[in-house]
Design a protein around this ligand. Structure first.
Ligand code: HEC
Length: 118
């Protein structure tokens, strides 16, 4: 078996390629870090909500521009109620389809963690 490494090395490379990458785990793993508004929540709200909920264009009278706005709507229960509605429900936010489960979990974990800002 002079050339056994010729078989072992490619086999090792093949199995390491089929391992799950860290990205694949993001949606399934329980959240272990502490959730902060600036770091974790604001990017979701800014990309998915602020275009319809800002001071110039406040759909439903709701502004979600900063920490205090988002905290108030989350504390009232209204924000989480709207993002956890089923697809097709006219009250679902954002209106064009449910946020990824990971984003919803993150916002409710932020509530559980006590609305840390940064
Ligand atoms: C395309 C525009 C649009 C986007 C994007 C959008 N909304 Fe809305 N939102 C509306 C409109 C219009 C209303 C008022 C009608 C209604 O109540 O459904 C509303 C109402 C709401 C309400 C109820 C009003 C209140 O004061 O409690 C909440 C909460 C809400 N949106 C949260 C969100 C969140 C959170 C996001 C992002 C995940 C989001 N919205 C994204 C248009 C939008």
């Amino acid at each position: 078996m002079k050339y056994k490494w010729l078989y072992i090395i490619p086999a090792f490379i093949l199995t390491s390629c089929t391992n799950t990458s860290p990205d694949d785990l993001v949606n399934n793993e329980p959240i272990t870090e502490t959730i902060k508004y600036n770091e974790n929540v604001a990017p979701i709200i800014q990309s998915q909500c602020v275009q319809c909920h800002n001071s110039n264009f406040a759909s439903g009278g709701l502004v979600l521009e900063n920490y205090a706005d988002v905290r108030m709507s989350t504390e009232s229960g209204s924000l989480i109620d709207r993002i956890t509605r089923n697809a097709g429900d006219p009250l679902l936010m954002p209106q064009n389809g449910q946020l990824p489960a990971a984003s919803i979990n993150l916002i409710s974990q932020w509530q559980t963690d006590g609305y840390l800002e940064n």
